[in-house]
Structure formats: C-alpha cells, structure tokens
Design a binder for this molecule. Structure first.
Ligand code: PLP
Length: 485
C-alpha cells in the first residue's frame, strides 16, 4: 500500500522552531540530527503525524529546513532505530504504528513519568459499580444491543443532571456517544463542510481542532489569554468570522483551567447566534472544580432566547470524572438535531456499548460523591504541582486554574519544544505548548496536567528545573494567536 506522504513544507510548519538558535552552547550542529529526530518523534507521539505517513524525501526536506541532507538522513536513521519509523520500499521512511498501550502498572515506553496526557485513573468505586450492572439491568441482553441514541435510563440520568445544574432538559435532547471526542467529530462532520468557517479558542484542546479541520473547514482562532480573555476582541472576532460552528470550552478550559466570565457568555452567545453560528460547548472538564465541589451552571443556560438556546450544543463526558476507559460521552441538542446526528452516526459506528451505559447510569446516581472525590484528589495534586513550581521554577507563571486537569504555564522563553525533548531524555513525557495552537505558536508555554500521582508531579518538576538550564531556547517567533482564516 502506498503511504500518504507529508510534504516538506507541512513538516517544516509542524516542526516550528525545532532547532536551537545557533551552533554552540550545548547544541553543536553535529547534534542537529538528534534535535530533528526528537522533534519529529514528539509530533508522532502527540498524534500530529499519523502512523503510516511517509516522511518527506530527504533532499526537499533538507532544502526546506536549511540543513544538510546528511542531517536529515541521520535523523531518519535515528527514527528508524528508535522504532518510531520504518523503511518501506517505494515510500521511504514511514511512521510506524504506535506500540500497544502499556499494561496497568507498567511505565509507558521509555518514560518514567507520563505528563503528556491529562487523564486521571478510574474512580476507585468503579469496580463495585461494574459488579452491580448484571443485578440491576437484568434485561440488558434482551435487546439487539445496537444503540445509537442511548439507554433510556442513561439519557434520563444525563438530562436530570443538566436540570440539577440549572438547565431543564428532556431525555429526547440527549444522545449518548463514545466519549466527548466522538461527539465533537460527529458534530463537526454533520454541521461543517469544506470551506466553511469554524472558530476555536487558542490555545485549545488539539483533537477538537483536528476534528474541525478534518471536515475541510477553515479554522479561525479566538485568543484566550494566559490571564483571561479580552472581551472586546473576542466579540469582535466572533462577529467578523461569523463561523458556521464555534467550539468553546467555557468552564475549566483545556489547557488553561480558566472559566469564561459570566458577563461574556450571554454577549458571546448573542454575537454568535446573530451570525447564524452553531456553538459546541465542551463540558468534559466543567464539573471538575478545584477547592471543593459545586454545581457549575451549563454554558447553554446563559442563552436568553429560545433560538439562541437551540444553537448551543453541549458535549459532555465521564472520561475525566469517572474513567476514560468507559468511553461514555453525550450530546445535548434540539431533538431535530439529535435525529440528524443519529442517522449521520451510523456511517461510522453502530452505537454505544450497553454494558458501559449501564455502568454510567449507576455512576450518575452517585455523581455528587464521585465529583467530591475527584475534587479532593485534583485539589491536592494541583497544590503539589503549584507548590513545586513556585519553589523550583519561580520565574514560571502558571494560569490561575479554577478547575479542570491542567495548568498552562508561561515559561518566559521560547523553548517549550526543546524543554519537552530534554525532559523526555530524563524520562518525563510532556506535550509542548505548540500542540495547543496553530503550528509554531505557544513555544513560550507548557501544558502541565495535575492528574499523575503526587510523587510523579514532584519528580517531574525536579526534572524540569534540572533541564531548564540545558535546553536551548528557540529563536523568537511572531505570536500568531490572532484570527487566521
Ligand atoms: C476538552 C476535552 N474534550 C474532550 C476530550 C475527550 O474526551 P473523551 O475521553 O470523552 O473522548 C478531552 C480529553 O482530553 C478534553 O480535554
């Protein structure tokens, strides 16, 4: 099979400021191939380059990057030696499929500490819920099992949770999905077409951006700063872009952990609905509150008029609150849109597992307790991480997260990718800032999740403090958080 080939130009864009500014200070040109190999390796690991993709031929890549062909050849050799890529006849160097996931208790390949994902372990009461499923859902096997809308008990439980948070909801407004990512992609594919305009916060959750871009839509950006949002700029961009679909994380945003100010919500909904936009409010992390649980009002509750409320589609998930492995998410939308989504869905999947849905329905019965446990755990970890950063890296400025699972840290210099590569050599995996925006921006930021065990967070900060002095800074780049259409 012929692999899909990445162009030299595209790889160069993805790489951004991958190299140290000048040969010398720990970055001799002789080590350029290592920098290049590590940078491509990071892109593969983060999913920016998919398995099966053929890397550009050596000569055009060397020309585009302004390095010698020997450097590219040596970098490709290292990628093959490390198992990241393979040689394939007719295609050259091709990115290999990732190795299978490590088993529980095993460290991820080559890493002692994995901070590249922000996923808490399963809630501790989950095994007990799993055991109750058979007893409490005896009729579960009586159905064919292909369920594209959701188990009635679960749709009702999700609707009730919205109502409890201040947004009256009927079960007919709910579709159960295979997690929030499935929901986002299904919505993007149903509502967007090639050339349409979409809008996403910058920075934001990378796989949502990819889902929007995969439809052929042009993705514009709404800057959300490290310290909050510039309300006038946000409203102005929303009106100017007039997207068909906007994707927002209004509460406990990934990666900053910040929430959109209450006053802005109504105004933004007004501006977007006047432009005829649909809005996805991603609430995957909305109910993860630091400092103790509280009910978080859904974004859609800020809509004043019925037609505005219909344009807001809420996506949620048990992925971070209960367990990612459950693969249970949902969409809240007008029943007409739910019907459209159900028929669109059958092309790619034939429903959500009944067993998982029954477990999810039981989890929602004690959701307040689960969220209280999570809040306690994440608050403690957040404290450990911020204390560690304050003590060991006092020049770094972390976002004032109010919830969610991560911090967005301004490291004061353009070297997030270099730092991530250096940390990886010391067994700590991180996702550098540029993954959260368009290629090349956010080199000054690092996303640090606080979902790992506390001792790992402490050790990771130690490693960062240690490698900070050795990781070369990238050359300054223009900050591109402005709207790009
Ligand atoms: C903001 C956001 N949305 C969606 C997802 C995906 O969630 P799920 O596991 O439910 O597909 C994540 C996971 O990291 C996320 O952070």
């Amino acid at each position: 099979m012929i692999a899909q080939r990445l162009s030299a130009h595209r790889l160069s864009q993805l790489l951004g400021e991958w190299r140290s500014p000048s040969p010398g200070a720990g970055s001799a040109a002789g080590h350029r191939y290592e920098e290049l190999s590590e940078s491509v390796g990071l892109l593969v690991r983060d999913g920016a380059i998919s398995p099966g993709t053929a890397l550009p031929a050596e000569r055009p890549l060397a020309e585009t990057l302004g390095v010698s062909r020997t450097t590219v050849a040596a970098a490709y050799r290292l990628l093959r030696e490390s198992g990241t890529a393979v040689s394939r006849q007719g295609s050259g160097t091709v990115v290999r499929s990732p190795r299978p996931l490590p088993l529980a208790g095993e460290a991820a390949e080559g890493a002692r500490i994995d901070l590249s994902t922000a996923c808490p372990a399963g809630w501790e009461g989950l095994p007990a819920l799993g055991e109750r499923v058979l007893g409490e859902f005896p009729g579960i096997f009586a159905h064919p099992g292909y369920d594209t809308l959701g188990l009635p008990e679960l749709r009702r439980a999700i609707a009730d949770r919205f109502a409890r948070r201040g947004l009256p909801t009927a079960p007919e407004q709910i579709m159960v999905t295979l997690g929030a990512q499935h929901a986002i992609f299904l919505l993007a594919r149903t509502l967007l077409g090639r050339g349409d305009r979409a809008l996403i916060e910058s920075p934001s959750y990378p796989h949502a951006r990819e889902a929007l871009a995969a439809t052929g839509a042009l993705v514009a950006e709404l800057p959300v700063g490290h310290g909050g949002v510039d309300e006038r700029a946000v409203l102005d961009i929303a009106a100017r872009v007039a997207p068909r679909l906007a994707y927002l994380i209004p509460d406990h945003h990934n990666p900053t952990g910040l929430s959109m100010p209450r006053e802005l919500r109504g105004r933004l909904i007004h501006a977007l609905s006047a432009a005829g936009s649909h809005v996805i409010a991603d609430e995957t992390t909305a109910e993860l509150v630091l400092g103790g649980p509280r009910l978080v009002e859904p974004f859609a509750a800020a809509a004043e008029l019925p037609h505005q409320a219909d344009a807001i589609i809420t996506v949620g998930s048990l992925g971070k609150t209960v367990w990612g492995g459950l693969r249970i998410g949902w969409i809240r939308a007008a029943p007409e849109l739910i019907a459209r989504l159900e028929s669109a869905r059958r092309v790619s999947d034939l429903g959500t597992g009944a067993w998982e849905q029954a477990t999810a329905a039981l989890a929602l019965e004690q959701y307040d307790e689960i969220l209280a446990d999570r809040s306690r755990e994440l608050t403690a970890k957040h404290r450990v991480l911020t204390a560690g950063l304050g003590a060991r890296l006092p020049g770094w400025a972390a976002s004032a997260a109010q919830g969610g699972v991560c911090l967005w840290v301004d490291i004061g210099e353009q070297r997030s990718s270099a730092l991530s590569r250096a940390a990886a050599r010391h067994g700590v995996r991180l996702t550098p800032g540029p993954r959260f925006g368009s290629p090349g921006v956010f080199e000054r930021f690092l996303r640090l999740p606080f979902t790992a065990p506390e001792d790992e967070l402490v050790a990771a900060v130690e490693v960062l403090a240690e490698v900070r002095g050795t990781a070369p800074a990238a050359a300054p780049i223009l900050h591109g958080a402005d709207a790009v259409i």
